[in-house]
Design a protein around this ligand. Structure first.
Ligand code: IMP
Ligand code: MG
Length: 175
């Protein structure tokens, strides 16, 4: 069984991180006609919804769904695309928006797949990053916050699809 432990990231800290990430994006893409945000469901939903409202460049968005079979808190390392984006990415300035990068396997798979569609540019933006857990070479372009090697829930992140609605980020404890 799991239970919610200590708060790791407060609502205030999340707000600050959103401002920092959106400021960088607004600066980097200033003068761009449009950016195409691609959210990785389901975890990125909350972050994407907050982030897009702070972006001043016109935004279009879509979602894709991936799954990686494994236990509740360990990824299997095998990524499956469950739902692809509908739109053509050719010539678009694409930013993949993710909740958390752990081993990096999911994002490496998505980056390689989306790169074959000839976007004008392709960047990766993640709310949270666990750099100590990385197994493949993957460096996100925008990181809200680096976090220690702890399993976290809340702010879109889940265990077995629970706790996504919590407004803060908590450490998950096992008992
Ligand atoms: P990666 O492919 O190992 O980088 O795994 C990334 C995915 O695993 C993320 O999209 C998360 O959904 C999930 N994940 C990794 N660590 C956590 C965590 O601490 N809490 C909730 N989900 C996590
Ligand atoms: Mg996810």
């Amino acid at each position: 069984m799991y239970r919610i432990g200590k708060t790791l990231i407060t609502e205030e800290e999340i707000k600050k991180m959103l401002t920092e990430v959106s400021d960088k994006i607004n600066k980097d893409y200033a003068g761009c006609d449009e950016i195409f945000l691609i959210g990785v469901l389901r975890g990125a939903l909350v972050f994407l919804a907050d982030l897009m409202r702070l972006i001043k460049i016109p935004v279009i968005m879509d979602f894709l769904v991936v799954s990686s079979y494994g236990s509740d808190t360990e990824s299997s390392g095998v990524v499956m695309l469950v739902k692809d984006v509908d739109a053509d990415l050719e010539g678009k300035h694409v930013i993949i928006v993710e909740d958390l990068i752990d081993t990096g396997v999911t994002l490496r798979y998505l980056r390689n797949m989306l790169n074959t569609r000839n976007p004008a540019s392709l960047k990766i933006c993640t709310a949270f990053d666990k750099p100590a857990r990385r197994k493949v070479d993957l460096t996100p372009d925008y990181v809200g916050m680096a976090i220690p090697d702890k399993f976290i829930v809340g702010y879109g992140l889940d265990v077995a699809n629970r706790y996504r609605n919590l407004p803060e980020v908590y450490i998950l404890e096992e008992n």
